[in-house]
Design a protein around this ligand. Structure first.
Ligand SMILES: [Zn+2]
Length: 116
């Protein structure tokens, strides 16, 4: 079986690859490597896109923390924490965006939105 990795996205923090042989994704970010099946990757992508970055950045609880945005892992005693820039880059990688900051969810916009 051919396990050549196909590069999907890359930025200064890491890269996202897909392996045809395993039908899986591998996300390298800083000093972490995440491995996902296709289903797991989609779940992770949805999870990342639903994280309200501005909520955590403004949260009292996280006020004195350098890295304020938590990402929970399947391992209950392990939570990864990111600052705004790192989180934005992670999000760009998982969304297949190489150019910076193109995907912001509505929740990340700092002013209230009224959708009528
Ligand atoms: Zn493989």
């Amino acid at each position: 079986m051919n396990h050549e990795l196909q590069l999907i996205t890359k930025n200064q923090f890491g890269e996202l690859n897909y392996c045809n042989g395993c039908d899986c994704y591998s996300l390298v970010f800083s000093n972490f490597i995440f491995k996902f099946t296709v289903d797991e990757f989609e779940t992770f992508q949805n999870y990342i896109n639903d994280i309200p970055m501005s909520f955590w950045n403004n949260s009292e609880m996280m006020k004195n923390k350098k890295r304020r945005i938590p990402i929970h892992t399947k391992q209950k005693n392990l939570t990864l924490v990111f600052n705004g820039e790192e989180f934005t880059k992670l999000k760009a990688l998982v969304n297949g965006v190489t150019k910076k900051d193109e995907f912001l969810s509505l929740l990340d916009i700092d002013y209230p939105l009224h959708l009528n």
